[in-house]
Design a protein around this ligand. Structure first.
Ligand code: SUG
Length: 445
């Protein structure tokens, strides 16, 4: 059946800030303590979404999470009124207070792993919310993300939304950031590539490997995928050590094309062979491999070349790479992009977008979106209010302009007024996106 790819972008949250919480994410570490601009960040995200929607691509929206997240602090033993909990956490456990304020749910590529119905045995679209169990500040996302996905894909006949995997380190899962689907066209059987950083027996590296073999095996089972058409590939530990904390920092794929750095995988030849075998009879995969000589791993991570969106643009034969602005400012990467489009390969155009507020925390254009392939029937029954059109864009822009702070300095993060400001904003968002009046924890209390 005919199907389209919908990019669901996470809205940048009201407390978007630079707390340096992600060990192994070089941008997050570098920008620790810097002043963030939540309003600007949210508008940058919305502008990217609107631009793609105007071009004729389908665009969805995922809501930010409740922050500060007081249940985390209560879980850590802080008690009393809400402002007492918050203030006392800041006084006694500032790292925990910072974790409770993280807006990291905006990186929707980490929200879930998605298998389109064309790949699954029961012909349902399967989504598993990621447990994000490696980083404390992200481990509080999974439950709320599953709720968002249930709101976006409410029909249980056609959609299966799975709860996050068990919260044990052996099951560490970071969602679609470590998953690539290749296919001939979105609506036919594809090949799903699951990339993991470690298995149970590997020793922990200096920077954490955030995805395990057990997690991807479990997801492939739950999604009822045909073992013939899946590939498990190990990330190269050296690129994790260099700062590629997710595979999507060194690799992206779309349709039959895999665009990746030559050092991305522990065993590149094996990965290519396995993909060819899994695609046999379905399509001919095309590999666009970037050499270390053309773009060093250091430049790839600095510029986030591979954290681009690779999309099929309406009425264009070749794919379009939507890269972060930072690629234009990295000479070797810019040179490479020019060479790429001049070649006769599958990527015909590079567009550069400004998502700098997100980039400073290690999130490029691809991190901000979760790709969901929907066929015509599925599109008809998903939550229409979460799909971006001119009207929703206007409503969300005005919502951001009304509720978001221009700046957050480190000292502002201690302000208990963030609790009520956030709630007022999110309560109003639940109406805009048709999420119901019991969507957030604070609404249920
Ligand atoms: O998990 N940054 C995120 C960035 C996620 C990017 N996603 C993908 N590559 N798909 C992370 O490291 C920074 C938070 C802080 O430092 O406050 C942060 O969580």
């Amino acid at each position: 059946m005919k199907a389209v790819e919908v990019n669901y972008d996470g809205l940048v949250g009201l407390t978007h800030n630079y707390a340096g919480l992600s060990h192994g994410n070089l941008a997050s570490a570098k920008n620790t303590g810097n002043v963030s601009k939540p309003k600007q960040g949210a508008l940058q995200g919305l502008i990217k979404m609107k631009w793609l929607a105007d071009a004729g691509l389908m665009q969805g929206v995922l809501p930010p999470h409740e922050r500060p997240f007081l249940p985390l602090l209560r879980g850590a033993g802080f008690s009393g009124s809400e402002s007492q909990v918050f203030e006392s956490a800041w006084k006694n456990a500032p790292d925990l207070a910072r974790a409770s304020l993280s807006s990291a749910a905006m990186w929707a590529a980490n929200a879930a792993t998605v298998s389109p119905s064309a790949d699954t045995k029961d012909n349902r679209l399967h989504l598993t919310a990621a447990n994000l169990s490696t980083m404390l500040h992200r481990s509080i996302e999974g439950e709320q993300t599953a709720k968002s996905l249930q709101k976006a894909f409410p029909d249980t006949v056609g959609f299966a939304v799975h709860q996050p995997l068990p919260a044990h380190t052996d099951f560490a899962d970071e969602g679609a950031a470590n998953h690539v689907r290749l296919c001939n066209d979105h609506g036919s059987q594809g090949v799903e590539l699951f990339v993991y950083g470690r298995d149970q027996n590997d020793i922990q590296l200096e920077f954490p490997a955030r995805q395990t073999l057990l997690s991807v095996q479990s997801i492939a089972r739950a999604h009822q995928l045909n073992p013939k058409h899946i590939v498990f590939a190990k990330q190269n530990p050296a690129v994790i050590a260099a700062g590629a904390f997710h595979n999507d920092v060194v690799c992206v794929g779309a349709l039959n094309c895999l665009f990746f750095h030559e050092q991305a995988f522990a065993d590149k030849k094996q990965v290519i062979n396995d993909i060819q075998k899994a695609a046999d009879g379905l399509f001919d995969p095309v590999f666009v491999e970037v050499s270390q000589e053309d773009v060093s791993i250091k430049d790839a991570i600095k510029s986030y070349l591979f954290n681009s969106m690779l999309v099929q643009w309406p009425n264009e034969d070749r794919l379009v790479l939507i890269a972060p602005e930072e690629c234009r400012k990295t000479p070797a990467v810019l040179r490479y992009c020019e060479k790429l489009i001049a070649s006769n390969g599958p990527i015909g155009r590079v567009e550069y977008v400004n998502v700098r507020q997100s980039m400073r925390n290690g999130g490029g254009p691809a991190c901000l979106r979760l790709r969901v392939v929907l066929n015509e029937d599925e599109l008809a029954v998903c939550n229409q209010k979460m799909l971006l059109d001119d009207d929703l864009f206007e409503q969300l822009s005005s919502w951001v302009n009304t509720h978001y702070r221009d700046e957050l300095h480190d000292k502002d993060l201690r302000d208990p007024a963030l609790i009520s400001e956030g709630r007022l904003a999110l309560d109003s968002l639940t109406k805009i996106l048709d999420l119901g009046s019991d969507f957030y924890q604070f609404q249920r209390n």
